[in-house]
Design a protein around this ligand. Structure first.
Ligand code: G16
Length: 537
């Protein structure tokens, strides 16, 4: 390696780049070495390594194993076939009291020789490294001039068992067993099995990504779900050429099935690395923000949460639906920046039990990652106890708490300069925004979100621009931290509607005044040259 690579700054969730970038000689090694160089006391310790099975996963795993040996780790735990879902990796780290873990994934982004890859480091609590550590890693990438790698043959990743190489123990473990056992401790599998055997039909789309083997073991084998309704359950290196992104665009097949005449009772999907979830009841799509609120309101019905919640946390752009549940339960509510890493301190300190994000992530203190199948199982447990349809549960919730209409508009792969200009101009306008009339709305206040971590006192600034309107509607603008080409502008819109007689509106219609205000205040068309968002969720 002759020089450091200038572009190894971790984003919202680790370093994500196109595969050919990771294939540049020394690139992957430089980043992994920068991670190891930023850690203290790894000598003799355990490292967990796994990935979502995407193209280049196996090659990087072999490199990471050799580098772990050369850097002094005493043991690595690797998922068989190089596979570990992100929540399963988090659990393995915690269960084995590992020093940390390397998770190889670009999540919901597409895979293949010219598509995306990613490397993320998780700390001993099982969660993504906090900013303090990712900043140290990035600093190290700027100066690094060597990496340490042992010289031994490729490890056979397809056989479970314990091997020895380079003075280090290498344990290849079944990726599903420990995770499935953890799920059995949290949920009433007997009740779910009874629901399913009574004719309740569950559909699950694994999107040719990592959750296929988990769904087969947990949903089909342990819970009796019809295997014909578990779709795309074989992980493929290129996810069958699709985006393994469980949203209404990329999981269209599931959506159409759930809205069709012979819809199953409950449908769900998960993403590339198994930490996201999409929930669709028969004839009802549940937004991730609503799902968080509904899971929090009903979690006590599952054995793992029968003692109640210590608190709820959500990322700032996530809707305020969960806040209303926290208020009713009388528990703490936390609003963090986008990125699961911000929940870790709150969970470790016992200040929240359930966390969620608008980006299709929900999870709890059972691990330190969001967890797609966990969300599916909690929904199934609630359905098994309440014996109502998902639609009835959603409607009851809205009747009790009001409905928060919510949508996100993404403008993908726009020029980075244009995106920065839009954000800068919008923030510059904030000084004179309060009181301004925009269509039928009046701006109450606007700010740039800063987070003060109540546990370690750290401050994270510039986490998104927020505009609040009188009456409670809100607009948020952020640039994504997970894209790999250009910039992605995310615009988040919400409006609360307490009146039950107005709970049947189409979402984009219900939000029309907020959507118009976004264009008026930010000049999206002018800055991006785009007439419409790339993706609406
Ligand atoms: C990651 C993070 C999430 C975040 C999401 C979207 O998810 O872990 O916390 O909400 O990206 O981030 P952004 O809006 O910056 O693109 P994942 O599933 O990609 O690991």
């Amino acid at each position: 390696m002759r020089h450091p690579f200038p572009d190894q700054k971790p984003g919202t969730s680790g370093l994500r780049k196109k595969v050919p970038v990771f294939q540049e000689p020394g690139y992957t090694e430089a980043f992994i070495q920068s991670i190891f160089d930023s850690l203290e006391g790894i000598e003799g310790k355990t490292l967990v390594i796994g990935g979502d099975g995407r193209f280049y996963n196996r090659e990087v795993i072999q490199t990471a194993i050799r580098m772990a040996a050369a850097n002094g780790f005493g043991r690595v735990l690797v998922g068989q076939g190089g596979i570990l879902s992100t929540p399963a990796a988090s659990h393995l780290i915690r269960k084995n009291k590992a020093f940390g873990g390397l998770i190889l994934s670009a999540s919901h982004n597409p895979g293949g020789p010219t598509e995306d890859f990613g490397i993320k480091y998780n700390i001993s609590n099982g969660g993504p490294a906090p900013e303090k550590i990712t900043e140290a890693m990035y600093a190290r990438t700027q100066t690094i001039d060597r990496y340490l790698i042992a010289d031994f043959d490729d490890v056979d990743l397809d056989q479970t068992g314990v091997f020895e190489a380079g003075g280090m123990a290498i344990e290849v473990v079944d990726p599903v067993t420990d995770y499935a056992e953890l799920m059995e401790t949290l949920f009433d599998f007997d009740a779910i099995r009874a629901l399913v055997s009574g004719g309740f039909m569950v559909a699950f789309d694994a999107m040719h990504a990592v959750t296929g083997p988990y769904a087969r073991e947990i949903l089909v084998r342990r819970l009796g779900v019809d295997p014909a309704l578990v779709f795309n359950a074989t992980p493929l290196e290129d996810f069958g050429g699709h985006h393994p992104d469980p949203n209404l665009v990329h999981a269209r097949m599931l959506y159409d099935l759930m809205m069709g005449p012979d819809a199953p009772d409950f449908g769900a999907a998960s993403d590339g690395d198994g930490d996201r979830n999409l929930i669709i009841g028969r004839n009802i799509f549940v937004t991730p923000s609503d799902s968080l609120a509904m899971l929090a309101a009903n979690a006590h019905l599952a054995p793992g949460y029968k003692g109640g919640l210590k608190g709820i946390a959500r990322s700032m752009p996530t809707s305020g639906a969960a806040d209303r549940v926290a208020a009713k339960l009388g528990v703490e509510m936390h609003e963090t920046p986008t990125g699961w890493k911000f929940f870790g301190n709150l969970l470790d300190a016992g200040r929240c039990t359930i966390c969620g994000e608008e980006s299709a992530g929900t999870g709890s203190d059972h691990v330190r990652e969001k967890d797609g199948l966990w969300a599916v199982l909690l929904w199934l447990n609630i359905l098994a106890v309440r014996r109502q349809s998902a639609l009835e549960i959603v409607r009851d919730h809205w009747a009790e708490y009001g409905r928060t209409y919510y949508s996100r508009h993404d403008y993908e792969a726009i020029e980075t300069e244009n995106a920065n200009r839009l954000m800068a101009a919008l923030e510059d306008s904030f000084g004179s925004l309060a009181g301004r009339q925009v269509g039928s709305l009046t701006v109450e206040k606007a700010d740039s979100f800063s987070y003060h971590d109540p546990v370690d006192g750290s401050v994270s600034r510039n986490q998104g621009l927020r505009i609040f309107f009188e009456g409670g509607a809100r607009l948020v603008f952020r640039l994504s931290g997970t894209g790999t080409s250009g910039a992605t502008l995310r615009v988040y819109m919400e409006r609360h509607e307490p009146d039950v007689s107005r709970h049947d509106q189409e979402t984009q219609t219900a939000l029309a005044p907020v959507i118009e205000a976004a264009e008026t205040l930010a000049g999206i068309r002018k800055h991006t040259g785009r007439d419409a968002p790339t993706v609406i969720t």
